[in-house]
Design a protein around this ligand. Structure first.
Ligand code: NDP
Length: 286
């Protein structure tokens, strides 16, 4: 029987998720339909879309910009959130608690939200053979993407984290919030600074800003160096990676993170494990 999935966003036409999940389904031998779902940018429309989808027998939904916080609010209202979603303050993967629905609870109160973005980043970095355990990591950015990767990076055993952001107050507020939200995160483990003041030697430097969407480049210190540089953006030339490649670092964009987070969503929904290496090779060869 075909299992139905959607990815909800605005805009959504560019999403690669249907292609990725269709490939996962072929790999695991299950029959799925995975559609892009446009939604007007308001909470009422978002919950109406979810209600209609799950009412119609949908199995799982991915959530992308700008709905990750709204999805979090929906799940927080009924308490169905994973630890990673709670700490990230955002949901990218939705499941329905069918037992609750059977017992008469409305669909909108039976949603369970997870966030696989941060673990997707960690899994991709590990698959590249880059060291995370004991690593000194610099994370540039203090928005939603940065927030979602902090707990998974700490769980992966990094030794020290520096968060650099254009607006310093957002980085310091983020650390205070996260250390209150999770016992695994300690304020003493994390330093903050302005992006322009980030300097010294790191094992891994991660760009979690949205600067790649603009024509700007990050103002990086000449004394900032890393053995490895990762940009969470993908699909376009990235000056951040060019900068560190020229200084001898190994580099990666965020396409592998996208595939890894999708594999985790697929596994949550279906119970099937994905061979991500094989899936990545197939996607690259297209
Ligand atoms: P947000 O809007 O929440 O945060 C943007 C961040 O970028 C802030 O820290 C902001 O700094 C910083 N920033 C923006 N413009 C500039 C600039 N000109 N100079 C310096 N800093 C700047 O975005 P998200 O966190 O949601 O997304 C960040 C990136 O991560 C996006 O490019 C997104 O595509 C990517 N991403 C990739 C994923 C993947 O699977 N590969 C998954 C999720 C996200 P300030 O606080 O000062 O405004």
């Amino acid at each position: 029987m075909t299992q139905h999935f959607i990815v909800i966003g605005n805009p959504i036409a560019h999403s690669k998720s249907p292609e990725i999940h269709t490939l996962f389904a072929a790999q695991t031998g299950i029959e799925i339909s995975y559609q892009r779902q446009y939604c007007p940018d308001d909470a009422a429309s978002f919950t109406a879309v979810l209600e209609a989808f799950f009412q119609g027998g949908g199995v799982g939904a991915n959530v992308t910009v700008p709905f990750k916080q709204i999805a979090y609010d929906c799940c927080a209202a009924c308490g169905g959130l994973s630890e990673h979603a709670k700490v990230a303050g955002a949901v990218n993967t939705l499941l329905l608690n069918k037992a609750l629905v059977k017992s008469g609870v409305p669909i909108t109160e039976a949603l369970y939200g997870d966030n696989t973005d941060g673990q997707g980043l960690v899994n991709h970095i590990l698959s590249l053979g880059w060291p995370l355990n004991g690593a000194r990591v610099a994370l540039i950015g203090a928005g939603g993407a940065a927030r979602g990767v902090i707990l998974p990076l700490i769980e992966a055993g990094i030794a020290h984290l520096t968060i650099a952001n254009r607006t310093l107050s957002k980085a310091t507020a983020l650390v205070t919030e996260l250390s209150a939200a999770s016992t695994a995160i300690h304020e003493q483990q994390i330093e903050t600074c302005r992006t322009t003041e980030l300097n010294g030697q790191f094992d891994i430097i991660i760009n979690a800003t949205s600067i790649g969407l603009s024509a700007d480049t990050l103002p990086l210190s000449d004394t900032l160096n890393g053995d490895y540089a990762y940009d969470m953006m993908y699909g376009r030339p990235l000056p951040f990676l060019q900068h560190f490649s020229a200084r001898g670092a190994q580099i990666s964009d965020g396409y592998g993170m996208l595939i890894e987070q999708a594999a985790l969503s697929f596994e949550r929904w279906t119970g099937h494990t994905i061979d991500v290496v094989q899936a990545t090779e197939t996607l690259h060869s297209r």
